[in-house]
Write a protein that binds this ligand. Structure first.
Ligand code: URA
Length: 237
């Protein structure tokens, strides 16, 4: 692939702008400045720098963002800035979008991608990708609430009960819920359905991905190919 085409595919502007960046000496391959836009490169796994910033080539982008509070996942946010503002321009230019949504006041692991098939694969309940939520509640939690959350509760927009795949008490006013669906305000509505109230919500895992090793709130990183494969692997049922 031509180097200017590679930069174009990764969101660095029009083909002409990408060729301009290269000709201006803003692009480095293995630390070496290269000024030939037509240079033939092997894209898979290619590490490159643009204006001093390191990047890796990904045919489709899948990024993990540690969402802080105060951001909306909508592309056209109404009251708060969009999470897209936490990503650098090339990723926005590539058209990455959130894989499902987290509320403005929810923190934690948010995936974004420019691969529509992947969005479907990761959000469809059929594929059973578990999402883990750490909930702090307004009132004490008890085994009866856990039992109901695991057994299934009916929400106001659907007669079909929704159940938590997993639910454990993690503190006097704290629960860990594992869900495989992503209905609107699902955790908050499920917790309300058992007579409690969700005061704080953090998503700690999405499939095999966690935030244990970062990034910090407000920061992002690419999901590696190995992590992507783990995410797509069929979970044990
Ligand atoms: N469930 C909710 O209620 N809110 C979120 O942000 C995510 C899941």
């Amino acid at each position: 692939m031509r180097l200017d085409d590679l930069l174009f595919s990764q969101g660095f502007g029009t083909r002409r702008e990408c060729a301009g960046l290269i000709a201006a000496g803003q692009v480095r391959l293995a630390g070496e400045k290269t000024t030939d836009p037509a240079l033939d490169v092997t894209p898979e796994g290619l590490a490159f720098e643009v204006s001093g910033q390191p990047w890796t080539y990904y045919k489709t982008a899948l990024v993990l963002l540690h969402k802080p509070t105060g951001y909306e996942c909508s592309q056209k946010p109404k009251h708060w800035p969009s999470v897209m503002l936490l990503l650098p321009p090339p990723l926005r230019q590539r058209g990455v979008q959130p894989v499902g949504r987290l509320d403005q006041d929810t923190t934690g692991l948010l995936l974004l991608t420019d691969d529509g098939t992947l969005i479907h694969r990761l959000t469809s309940p059929k594929h059973h990708v578990p999402k883990v939520y750490e909930v702090s509640t307004a009132r004490p939690v008890d085994e009866a609430q856990v039992h109901r959350l695991r057994g299934g509760v009916v929400l106001d927009d659907d007669p079909q009960p929704v159940r938590a795949e997993g639910c454990e008490i993690t503190g006097a006013q704290a629960l860990r819920l594992t869900l495989v669906q992503g209905k609107y305000h699902q955790v908050k509505r499920m917790v309300a359905a058992v007579g409690n109230h969700c005061e704080g919500l953090h998503r700690s895992a999405f499939g095999a991905l966690t935030l244990t090793d970062g990034p910090a709130p407000g920061q992002w990183r690419f999901v590696t190919d190995a992590e992507r494969a783990a995410l797509m692997a069929k979970p044990p049922r």
